[in-house]
Write a protein that binds this ligand. Structure first.
Ligand code: AMP
Length: 582
């Protein structure tokens, strides 16, 4: 397939923000893509492989400007001016490429494979000559591209393709191209255990429904973790669970999935990032103490004092450090223990379809507590008094509350989903506003006075997972330390865009739009009906949405993707809970 065919689909996609139209365009691209299907699924996400393979282009805007200058004989300042005017390096490359008078006759046909292979070489080149190599590969692509092609290639390399399609839209398009809606749930489930769009695309193209149905957890492939719903009281939880429940401490640390296959041990975060190097002690202790051929366990890692058993929150230990550094450093200063609460795979067998009580039994048989690994503390009961006492003990031990786990025969491990199989309960739920929320930054307002040079407030959105849009919900201006506040302009610098991003739904217009990528955890006083915001618009009251009053920043959630943010539906639930309590 020629890359220009992909380019023309990208151009069509930019003309619409409607999810159905995007799905149709993508489906037709997939149908035409033949042997290039897998690579195209990555390219439309601006990538070369699934995220967890950690392939990065390592090319800054500056390098592209240098390359464009060398090929056009235009000084870098001139190119910078075009960049400033257009606000987009892809369009800048388009303009430069259109202006090159004596472009040689294309020496290579620009196929998708050619582009993909060259981008792979570009990403792989490392070492002191790498900048030169990257520039050469880029220029070679430019010389063989039309201006439109190089526009998108440049955006891919600089991480700004931003076609506005989430994984769920790509999956829908694959279903529409090769499969049938009746398999949608199975396909989503397979993707949650094996979050590699290229892999799923090939299974669908080959109509391999059996493999789709049987895709479970696989060692060394990070899965999307199971999530919990929330309810307001132990009574409600017991009822919802039909009195089939166990209660576990809800540890306040970092979600951790540990995989082992042969001699390889890998640790992944909730966001599917590999974090093995951040947990050297956990890795070493696992290697030394457990002799499984292959295994996957799920749990929460928490800094703690092995002498007293006291647990510490990560952010209290080291608030001031950058995230990656912080973890390394914390585990050196203070031991980290992994509380294991689930097992998904053992010695060649996926366990995800076993009920939770059986999975727990397998954990108990295979793990004895030591300084680095402990099983989550739990009780199996539906007796309100006992559970309340257990809840108090959990708070005493430095936990956030409890997570109820369904113990019926249906209690499978449900990857990536919030189902009623797990329900969390924290102290605050009984009072005021139920829980903190994870919201996505979609805009920023200039700061004045003491905040000159930073922002006065941020426009925050919830995620509408039905429409795949981000709906404005609150204006956040408090809770920032100076350090965080003044670090924001740098953090946002490559996310500021001229126009409202395709998936953003907001009446309020900020001083600058921010491409929805950053998630922040927020607390607030109350959810109210508001004509100003778009969250749940028209759903509670005509011509109004929901808004959060008195929002306050708790922390930046680097471990969450925008699609992991609190959904509009959850906010509606919180709104209803709050009304009931009043
Ligand atoms: P939240 O982040 O408030 O939605 O709460 C869910 C999170 O609690 C999970 O993603 C885990 O990281 C964490 N957690 C702590 N202890 C447990 C447990 N025993 N079972 C399940 N999740 C737990």
């Amino acid at each position: 397939m020629l890359f220009s065919d992909v380019t023309s689909k990208f151009m069509e996609m930019e003309e619409t923000t409607k999810r159905l139209e995007l799905t149709d365009i993508l489906a037709s691209l997939f149908k035409e893509s033949d042997d290039d299907l897998k690579n195209i699924t990555y390219l439309i996400q601006g990538k070369l492989a699934p995220d967890y393979e950690n392939i990065e282009f390592g090319v800054s805007d500056k390098i592209i400007i240098k390359a464009l200058s060398s090929v056009s004989a235009m000084p870098e300042e001139e190119i910078n001016k075009i960049f400033y005017k257009t606000g987009d390096l892809g369009t800048t490359a388009y303009e430069i490429s259109s202006g090159i008078q004596q472009k040689p006759l294309f020496t290579e046909e620009l196929t998708v494979k050619y582009v993909y292979d060259n981008l792979t070489n570009l990403a792989k080149s490392s070492g002191h000559e790498s900048i030169r190599t990257k520039i050469n590969i880029y220029l070679n692509l430019l010389m063989n591209s039309s201006p439109d092609d190089i526009k998108y290639i440049t955006r891919i390399i600089t991480g700004k393709l931003r076609l506005g399609v989430a994984d769920s839209t790509i999956l829908d398009s694959l279903v529409s191209a090769f499969s049938d809606k009746q398999y949608s749930d199975a396909i989503e489930n397979a993707y949650n255990f094996h979050p590699d769009i290229g892999y799923i695309a090939l299974l669908l193209k080959n109509n391999d429904i059996e493999r789709i149905n049987n895709t479970g957890a696989e060692p060394l492939i990070p899965f999307k973790v199971m999530l919990a719903e929330r309810l307001r009281s132990i009574n409600e939880i017991n009822e919802k669970m039909n009195h089939n429940s166990a209660y576990e401490y809800k540890y306040d640390g970092l979600r951790t999935q540990l995989h082992k296959k042969g001699n390889v041990i890998k640790i992944f975060s909730r966001g599917l990032e590999e974090t093995t190097l951040n947990f050297p002690d956990i890795q070493k202790n696992f290697k030394d103490n457990y002799k499984f051929d292959s295994i996957i366990i799920d749990g929460e890692s928490v800094p703690y004092n092995p002498d007293t058993g006291e647990l510490y929150p990560f952010q209290m230990v080291s608030q001031r450090r950058g995230r990656k550094y912080e973890l390394n450093q914390v585990s050196k200063e203070i031991p980290i223990v992994m509380f294991i609460f689930d097992i998904l795979y053992l010695n060649g067998k996926s366990l995800v379809n076993l009920p939770y009580p059986e999975r727990r039994k397998i954990l108990e048989k295979n793990f004895k507590d030591n300084d680095y690994f402990k099983l989550a503390t739990r009780i199996v009961s539906d007796d309100g008094d006992k559970i309340n006492k257990f809840f108090e003990e959990s708070i005493e031990s430095g936990c956030e509350g409890v997570v109820a786990k369904n113990t019926s025969n249906e209690s499978v491990y449900r990857a990536g989903a919030r189902g009623w199989l797990w329900i969390k309960f924290k102290r605050d739920y009984e009072k005021e506003l139920a829980d903190s929320m994870d919201l996505v930054v979609i805009g920023a307002f200039n700061g004045h006075g003491r905040r000159t040079g930073a922002y006065g407030a941020l426009l925050m959105a919830s995620y509408n997972d039905q429409d795949d849009t981000f709906e404005s919900f609150t204006k956040l201006g408090t809770g920032f330390t100076d350090e965080v506040l003044f670090s924001l302009p740098k953090m946002f610098s490559d996310k500021i865009v001229r126009e409202k991003p395709a998936r953003v739904n907001s009446k309020m217009v900020p001083d600058m739009w921010i491409y929805p990528e950053i998630v922040m955890e927020i607390n607030g006083a109350e959810i109210t009906v508001s004509p100003v915001h778009k969250c749940a618009y028209d759903l509670i009251e005509k011509n109004s949405g929901l808004a959060l009053r008195f929002p306050r920043l708790i922390k930046i959630r680097n471990d969450k993707k925008p699609e992991d943010a609190t959904t509009t539906n959850e906010i509606i639930e919180l709104f209803k809970m709050q009304k009931k309590t009043k």
